[in-house]
Design a protein around this ligand. Structure first.
Ligand SMILES: [Zn+2]
Length: 204
């Protein structure tokens, strides 16, 4: 970790009206023991629970996205895709981690629900943007899985759509199919103007 990363991780931040927490794809199949496990994916859950607690305490909205595929989704190996079968709608693998403390009024966004469409961005093929706009959201705080796929692509779209973005640096993990993918994703998100924060930087 270089000095620049350290100083940005120590950045103080506060919540305000117009903020949303976007908990990305904390589903059993992406956690250790799942069919498409992200190394250390379970480690982000208790950290995300702290962010959730902070948003709930301020009366701010929490959204949770999920991969929600049909049985023969185009991203699966049998259909010529790059991934093993994962997050088939309604299965245990597609369920949110039992240890994730989502509030009862969490807004759930399902993505990649059609057989022939892949979606790494939570904005792609969903009503996320219109929901956030209707709720008066300007700033998106994003954590979850995986850094180099759904987090990165969601951040790209969020910046393009004009949202301010805060990446929860202590609550994301990368797949790293190619070594360094996670690092490159971090760099790209920073270059897009997304700020990196950690839960310990939350001003009391
Ligand atoms: Zn998927």
């Amino acid at each position: 970790m270089n000095a620049a990363t350290k100083s940005s991780d120590a950045e103080r931040w506060q919540l305000q009206p117009g903020d949303v927490l976007l908990v990305t794809d904390i589903q059993n199949d992406f956690l250790p023991g799942g069919s498409l496990a992200v190394a250390g994916g379970d480690e982000v859950v208790p950290v995300l629970n702290r962010y959730i607690g902070a948003f709930v305490a301020q009366g701010l909205p929490v959204y949770a996205t999920r991969d929600w595929h049909p049985e023969r989704h185009c991203s699966f190996h049998a259909q010529g895709g790059p991934w093993p079968v994962h997050c088939v709608a309604g299965t245990h693998g597609a369920a949110f981690a039992a240890t994730l403390a989502l509030p009862p009024d969490t807004t759930v966004i399902s993505k990649a629900t059609l057989p022939d469409r892949e979606a790494y961005s939570s904005f792609q093929g969903t009503d996320l943007d219109s929901r956030l706009r209707a709720a008066g959201i300007h700033r998106i705080f994003i954590g979850g899985l995986a850094t180099d796929y759904c987090v990165l692509n969601t951040v790209r779209d969020a910046r393009q759509l004009g949202y301010d973005v805060f990446v929860l640096a202590d609550a994301i993990r990368a797949v790293d199919v190619r070594p360094g993918d996670g690092q490159r994703a971090d760099e790209e998100m920073a270059s897009l103007g997304a700020r990196r924060i950690t839960v310990n930087g939350l001003a009391a």
